[in-house]
Write a protein that binds this ligand. Structure first.
Ligand code: XMP
Length: 594
């Protein structure tokens, strides 16, 4: 039996980071919530309690079922998890005098199983306010830093371990060794690798399908392409039917390229439906981002139902497959129960109903993006396709920002506050008359971006962006004005063919620039958004290149200024009125503009 590690998610993005690290060490990992009782432990080899943003004393800290500390397998607590173990096993935690953020040197005597093979001292990454100041019975200190006595503790006979630092971040120099040691303590075999997963996932699909056939919407992105190849391999082409819906919101020549590629791969079980007219007519006059998403999601289902009716597919005989991946199905502890930030197209209400009825299979639902890519390579999908940037299901529909008759207008106080922050570093501020979705604190924001004019100095821009969004609530993003006019005027604008055409042209230029300059594989994604704002009488475009691992957090990419200037000049020639560059991290911005 393949054994796995369970990670309890106490919030933030830590749990996903730990999960990917464990998988890279060759062991399957799964995220669960600390409030849920420990059940189904048969194939669980160990448990890791993640870090999190709370204090163990905070009244609103995540709930925790203490039975997790009675399980028969080893348990490791990281940061908040370490403090939780200390508190629940008779130790003490106090609010630290010195908040410790960043690097520290850990010293140890080389005797601990958890720290085996790690040099002393070793650089570790700290991020905490509270601190353990007494451990429970049976625990001993195995590593300390100058400011933190209980930096690493263990109760070897009970199989309980805790460290105050974050071994999962790359800044902890030997963090991977520590996690690997924990896997050895748990007795894990290292058998999780994507090449070996093709057979296991195929077997699982055959069991789920139980002789039925499977229908899949194929957008042509990495996930749906890998899912389609896997379904064909697992069930045979005669039990799989793919449908590519041209929703009118695809990138330039995308639909043709998808169909050509599938033919080259030898598949003739993929149909195409041109439904662009239906999608665009339903989006006519709609500007709210969430309504657009819902309309697009529902229309996909309607078109699919219409196509399956045309083909006379019996719903009893057919299942619907989706290329959903792990982060889309698992909310992080930080966002669980919080306001919807945005509705993922694989989780609209109609789909949730089908999931409940057992009519959906999601063959990639356990995998992170880099694992989907590795699986794609194991399935023989060409490198360029496997490494394509992610593209959202609702397509350019989210990147073409719309606006009703009312446009937002920042208060003079907000503009003044923003100007004070920016002027101190040599920039001037414009409040852009549009709103975009962001994520700040626990929830969704829908606020204005602030545009800065001044020198293209990324480090200063990063500082201004962070200070400005932290201090002035009216703004959730900061963009840098790269080129073009600055006489920004809001317009009423919706999803139209002509706006889409302009966005497509600009987007295609950006993609070919990325490839030509060799930047394509340096970055995670580079959305291009068109705003309902004119500058110099033409619409304004925003570039949003980011560096990310799993898209849950991201930092903006610092493009070489000379190359960026060349690209911007080209975009102006192609019809943009101004070129803006998003220099907001996620959070507080999201990756997509919508
Ligand atoms: P945000 O904008 O939330 O995006 O920071 C995170 C990642 O998710 C992608 N994205 C989607 N992908 N369906 C998808 O398949 C969607 O509805 C969707 N919305 C956002 C986005 O491109 C980024 O990689």
């Amino acid at each position: 039996m393949m054994k796995k590690i369970v990670i309890l998610d106490f919030g933030g993005q830590y749990a996903h980071l730990i999960a990917t690290r464990i998988r890279h060490l060759g062991v399957y990992s799964e995220i669960r919530f600390p409030a849920d009782a420990p059940t189904d432990l048969l194939d669980v080899a160990g448990v890791i309690l993640s870090g999190g943003p709370s204090s163990v004393y905070a009244p609103d800290r995540p709930q925790f079922d203490k039975a997790w500390l009675d399980v028969a397998v080893p348990v490791l607590g990281l940061c908040y998890g370490h403090q939780t173990i200390a508190m629940e096993t008779g130790g003490r935690v106090h609010r630290g005098e010195i908040h410790e953020f960043g690097a520290a040197d850990l010293r140890h005597d080389g005797q601990s199983a958890l720290l085996k093979g790690i040099p002393t001292p070793t650089r570790v990454w700290m991020s905490h306010g509270d601190e353990v100041d007494a451990v429970g019975e049976g625990f001993k200190v195995v590593g300390s830093t100058d400011n933190c006595r209980f930096a690493a503790v263990e109760n070897l006979s009970a199989g309980r371990f805790g460290v105050q630092f974050h071994p999962e971040v790359t800044h902890s120099a030997h963090g991977q060794i520590l996690l690997s040691n924990f896997l050895d303590i748990c007795g894990c075999e290292r058998n999780w690798d994507m090449g070996g997963q093709v057979e296991r996932l195929s077997q699982k699909l055959r069991e789920q399908a139980q002789g039925r056939k499977v229908f899949l919407l194929v957008s042509g992105g990495v996930d749906s392409t890998v899912a389609f190849e896997l379904l064909n391999k697992a069930l045979g082409a005669d039990r799989v039917l793919g449908l590519h819906i041209d929703n009118g919101l695809m990138r330039q020549n995308e639909s043709t390229a998808v169909m050509d590629f599938m033919k080259q791969q030898g598949f003739d079980n993929l149909r195409i439906a041109d439904a662009s007219e239906l999608f665009l007519s339903r989006l006519d006059g709609v500007w709210e981002p969430e309504r657009k998403r819902k309309i697009i999601g529902d229309t996909f289902l309607d078109v699919q139902a219409e196509e399956t009716a045309k083909l006379g597919l019996d719903p009893e005989e057919w299942l619907l497959a989706q290329g959903t991946i792990y982060p889309d199905t698992i909310e992080s502890g930080g966002t669980k129960n919080a306001a919807t930030i945005k509705t993922h197209h694989n989780r609209v209400p109609a789909i949730l109903k089908l999931i409940e009825a057992g009519k959906i299979v999601e063959p990639l639902a356990e995998l992170y993006k880099d694992e989907v890519r590795a699986l794609g390579e194991a399935l023989g999908i060409p490198h360029d396709l496997v490494w394509r940037h992610p593209f959202p299901g609702p397509g350019l529909g989210v990147r073409l920002l719309c606006q009703g008759p009312q446009s937002p207008e920042a208060t003079p106080e907000s503009v003044q506050a923003a100007s004070a922050v920016a002027a101190a570093r040599g920039y001037a501020v414009f409040a852009l008359p549009v709103r975009s979705v962001g994520v700040q604190g626990d929830g969704r924001t829908y606020a204005q971006p602030a545009a800065l004019t001044g020198p293209c100095d990324w480090k200063t821009l990063e500082t201004v962006a962070t200070e400005l969004t932290n201090r002035v609530r009216a703004f959730n993003r900061v963009v840098f004005h790269v080129a073009g006019a600055t006489d920004f005027v809001a317009i009423e604008a919706y999803t139209t063919r002509s706006r889409l055409q302009l966005l497509r042209t600009l987007d295609a230029e950006v993609t070919s620039w990325l490839k030509r300059e060799g930047f394509y594989e340096t970055i995670w994604q580079m959305p291009v958004a068109l705003l309902p704002i004119l500058a110099g009488g033409r619409e304004v475009v925003v570039l949003r290149p980011v560096i990310s691992r799993e898209a849950m957090t991201a930092s903006f990419w610092e493009a070489p200024a000379d190359k960026l200037a060349e690209l911007a000049a080209r975009l102006l020639e192609l019809g943009a009125g101004a070129v803006l560059y998003d220099c907001t991290h996620k959070p507080p911005g999201t990756i997509e503009w919508e």
